[in-house]
Design a protein around this ligand. Structure first.
Ligand code: FE
Length: 303
């Protein structure tokens, strides 16, 4: 049982503490994206290190993809709304993430992978979220939780409200991704105009809401497309579809409260551990690969 179940905390609504307009940038081999967490406006929100949104039907904006690059010390979550992305990594894993699917990668001690659009035309819409790992988990072996669209829990609690739950609990259901150190909530919320839902968000957890289609009222504040609302503390948040409806990601997780030493794709606790990560990478000590050259420098700051 959770602490909350043993001694219920009085309900308190979360409010919007900060609104951030996602910044246009590019990463990988030239993929256009919008960055909210991890931008100058919000360097990080413990345990969230980065939130990127890709949303374009111009092939030139995404076709180059993200060639081989490493990760160590944190988790990358790729949520595909529309389109397809192939991933290949240094453990030999190879797969295609399709519309509605999720890849939750706990990079741990390190992987080298590539992320390549598996389409040459059409809309590509999706997210990548980076969540930090506590020091005790940073050097654990990599772990993947790959979910097809039909494995994500879909809930329609009332007319005009459609939820897709990846992890955490809402409306008496629990999402399929499990065993994550920061006990995250990750839910895609689609709201018809005026439709309203109040969802629980564990007290003390960092929480953000990113509107990616239309507009939504978040705790009474109207949030436009490609804007991020950072929520103040509380136990729940009320969401309502704006004019024409809206769709957003509601994400929460427990802060880690440890020092962060970060450089590009390596996120450790100390500078010495960061130097070790570079050394291990240069010397090919990340998970061995037969398919991927191991000595390329980590030129990509992102994924
Ligand atoms: Fe990556």
């Amino acid at each position: 049982m959770s602490e909350q179940a043993k001694s219920p905390r009085p309900k308190s609504p979360r409010h919007v503490a900060q609104v951030i307009r996602a910044m246009d940038t590019s990463d990988g081999a030239g993929v256009s994206l919008k960055r909210s967490v991890g931008s100058p406006a919000l360097d990080m929100l413990d345990p969230f290190l980065m939130l990127d949104s890709i949303s374009t039907d111009k092939a030139d904006d995404y076709i180059a993809g993200f060639p081989d690059h490493p990760h160590r010390g944190f988790e990358t979550v790729t949520y595909m709304v529309e389109g397809a992305m192939r991933h290949q990594d240094s453990t030999g894993a190879d797969g295609i993430l399709r519309s509605g699917g999720v890849q939750w990668m706990t990079a741990g001690s390190g992987i080298i992978h590539s992320e390549t659009p598996e389409q040459e035309a059409g809309l590509l819409q999706g997210f990548q979220l980076w969540i930090n790992l506590p020091g005790r988990d940073k050097m654990k072996p990599p772990r993947y939780q790959n979910l097809e669209a039909d494995e994500v829990v879909e809930i329609a609690p009332k007319p005009g409200v459609d939820l897709r739950l990846v992890t955490g609990s809402v409306e008496g259901k629990t999402g399929p991704v499990s065993g994550i150190a920061t006990a995250p909530l990750f839910v895609d919320v689609k709201l018809a105009q005026g439709a309203e839902i109040t969802l629980p968000v564990p007290h003390g957890h960092a929480a953000i809401a990113y509107v990616f289609i239309g507009t939504a009222d978040i705790a009474g504040t109207s949030i436009a497309t490609h804007h991020l609302a950072v929520l103040a503390d509380g136990t729940e948040v009320t969401l309502r579809g704006g004019d024409g409806g809206g769709r957003l990601l509601l994400i929460a997780a427990a802060p880690i409260n440890e020092p962060v030493a970060r450089y590009g794709p390596f996120v450790m606790n100390t500078k010495a551990e960061l130097m070790q990560a570079f050394d291990d990478f240069q010397k090919g000590r990340f998970v061995a690969s037969t398919a991927i050259p191991r000595h390329r420098p980590p030129t990509h700051s992102r994924s």
